[in-house]
Design a protein around this ligand. Sequence first.
Ligand SMILES: CC(C)(COP(=O)(O)OP(=O)(O)OC[C@H]1O[C@@H](n2cnc3c(N)ncnc32)[C@H](O)[C@@H]1OP(=O)(O)O)[C@@H](O)C(=O)NCCC(=O)NCCS
Length: 164
Amino acid sequence: MLELRTVEPGEWSLWRELRLSALAEAPYAFGSTLAEWQGSGDREERWRARLSIPGAHDLVALLDGRPVGMASGVPGEADSVELISMWVTPAARGRGVGDHLIWAVERWGQRRGARTLRLSVLPNNDRAAALYERHGFADTGELGDLLPDSVRRERVMAKSLATV
Ligand SMILES: CC(C)(COP(=O)(O)OP(=O)(O)OC[C@H]1O[C@@H](n2cnc3c(N)ncnc32)[C@H](O)[C@@H]1OP(=O)(O)O)[C@@H](O)C(=O)NCCC(=O)NCCS
């Protein structure tokens, strides 16, 4: 059984466990790196701060009670919200966990009255981009953040929340 639940700052160790697994398993997918969140970067107050972004919606997916995925919705500019930190553990992929995380963030955005859900996806992350396209996200044409190679940029995608 799949269950999604919100994570409070006091549950930072659950979020930490998933996020460190995500950064280790899928470095091609995230702007943040494992190195930034390990060692001196791996501090309780930092994880608590990540889970204390005002107005944010931090979600963990549990499959038969075991944590298998994560995603956050965070307030964006104007009337938009943003989907970030999306990851599903490899063993649980292809079973719709990603779909449910996206739907949950969409519902949260609608409840907030947001008109647009935005996200950034790294170039070559074709599986994630295909999932987002299937959910109705399209390229905005905006220049995304520059990657460390100073050449490539993140791909900015958006979806109207008025139609879901
Ligand atoms: C992108 C991601 C979140 C999708 O999660 P998911 O729970 O597998 O999503 P879905 O179950 O909806 O499946 C997504 C696609 O992968 C396919 N898939 C099937 N089996 C799979 C498997 N064993 N492993 C990976 N993907 C599989 C699905 O068929 C589906 O394709 P479709 O859209 O053509 O039907 C997950 O692959 C992931 O965590 N990737 C690494 C991190 C990442 O890229 N995050 C996004 C950052 S922008």
